[in-house]
Design a protein around this ligand. Sequence first.
Ligand code: SAH
Length: 358
Amino acid sequence: MTDESMTGESAPADSLTAIFRRLIGTHGPVSVSHFMGESNARYYDAGDPLGAAGDFITAPEISQMFGELIGLWLADMWIRGGREEPIHYVELGPGRGTLARDALRAMRRYGLEPEVHFVESSTALKDIQLAQVPNAKWHHDLSTIPPYGPLLIVGNEFLDALPIRQLVMTDKGWRERMVAQHDDRFVFAAGGQPMDSAVPEGRREAEVGTIMETCPGAAATVYEIAGRLVDQGGAALLIDYGHDAPRTGSTLQALREHRKVDPLAQPGEADLTAHVDFSALAPIARSRGSKWLGTVTQGHWLRQLGIEMRAESLSDFAPEHKEAIHAAKDRLIGEGQMGALFKVFALAGPGWPQGVGF
Ligand code: SAH
């Protein structure tokens, strides 16, 4: 393998770099999945990574229109689904709570006032989220979400942060892709165990060096959501950058201060993400009996929901911000910006309506 990174000569003993050095030095290479999982757990727990002063910016932080249109979509589903109550708004990885605040405000206009649940692992972000939405209940995972009443589930840039597993084709067959140590750098390396059985039969033939990614956490999340929608009713929107057909190649990337950096260089100090393979998630949801409403581009979906009109009415209300409002809208829907790369994936319980925009 060719990618190499400095692990830093003088990493403090409690830094993740030092911990991985000791771990790999004693027990040998760790999987990419282990490396990514530990890195992001440390990274998100350390503080607020979002916004201009942070490492990356997300759609709800770009414009209130994003959360508002999500709220509108959910309210429409709820009204056409029969206005059932109690009803729960569940957000996965709510970041600063901005999306929830904007969506809840839009829902209120249609008489929808759900109980609010946040699924979040970061204690640092928890405080920011609760300041934004004080009545929200906080959960570590979906298991403690009430088992009664329909669920309106939202996750924006949540799945991309879950650890991926990488498999690499070698001249001896498929192997787990690992992180090893070479001098004072972390480097990618192929594991020793045969992994051919982990690759779907139709995709086993591949050139040496081919990389295949799976995301067990995303699969488990969609499995759980789909089961809940079947049992309790409701709908889910998962929005992320990714693709809707299987692909090969590594999509692991790291962002720090809005720049791409080497994903192995500073574990725990940069945001590690990977593209979401939505084509793998739809069959999982359907296998549980949930409705898959579709996977469409963010640009298409926001246009169908009327983002152009919303930008106009916001501009009429605040003409001095007209240019900024339109620039934000273009960023969300522009083909070369977020409009084509980001996808909106939606599920609903049996008997629930087809959502707008799919
Ligand atoms: N949805 C927000 C934030 C996206 S960043 C936005 O669009 O701005 C990813 C979010 O997922 C953060 O809130 C992070 O703390 C959370 N997160 C990452 N991994 C998680 C996990 N395994 N369990 C729960 N939350 C997680």
